[in-house]
Design a protein around this ligand. Structure first.
Ligand SMILES: [Fe+2]
Ligand SMILES: [Fe+2]
Length: 207
């Protein structure tokens, strides 16, 4: 499993659901409301799970990829986008389904999310692929998927985060459980040589 692939896959799901809303019959208000509920849950849970599991690790090991000025800049931007997206989702919730205000807020959510996903894929995810071990990517994927599955169908309403505080807290925090678990697993998989084992530096022909 790989956290980068899971995030990317959920981005595709989000794009597909926004496209479904755009082409859905405009007078089927029950249908529009139901598809929006499905999309809203996915958007909220996805951003919340990224902030919970993925971004704290990127704070520690990221370097700033592609057109990012730095790691702090790429993460700060992503967190601001999450806040903007939550604000747009809040406005959709308050408007009657299918009304002009509802569609305006849906389009705002789509625009914010599309720009965010493109940047997240180009900067944050590309950076993580370069910097994170496969073990860490696996550990985070397990935690991320478990969290999403456990909260599927719930209306998640995460608080907006202060990007500076979030980055400071993550940078100061000790290595996460996921990182520790990944390095433990790596150590377990590295065979230990006992004193009875032949020294690998001695070739068979020398023995
Ligand atoms: Fe994402
Ligand atoms: Fe994100």
């Amino acid at each position: 499993m790989d956290i980068c692939e899971i995030i990317l896959d959920q981005h595709h799901q989000q794009r597909r659901l926004f496209a479904a809303l755009e082409e859905f019959p405009r007078d089927d208000l029950d249908g529009l409301a139901a598809i929006w509920r499905q999309l809203e849950t996915l958007l909220e849970l996805h951003a919340e799970a990224e902030e919970r599991y993925y971004y704290p690790e990127l704070v520690k090991i990221g370097t700033g990829a592609a057109d990012a000025e730095s790691n702090v800049e790429q993460i700060g931007d992503a967190l601001k986008d999450h806040n903007e997206l939550r604000d747009a989702i809040g406005r959709v919730r308050e408007a009657p389904t299918g009304s002009e205000a509802w569609w305006t807020a849906v389009i705002d959510a789509n625009t914010t999310n599309s720009d965010h996903m493109a940047e997240e894929e180009r900067q944050d995810l590309a950076d993580f692929r370069q910097q994170a071990s496969l073990e860490l990517r696996h550990e985070l994927a397990v935690r991320f998927l478990k969290h999403v599955a456990q909260h599927q169908g719930e209306r998640v309403t995460a608080e907006n985060v202060d990007p500076e505080d979030y980055i400071d807290d993550a940078a100061m925090s000790p290595r996460s459980d996921a990182e520790l678990a990944a390095s433990d697993k790596k150590a377990e998989q590295t065979p230990m040589r006992s004193s009875d084992d032949p020294d690998p530096s001695i070739k068979a022909s020398d023995a």
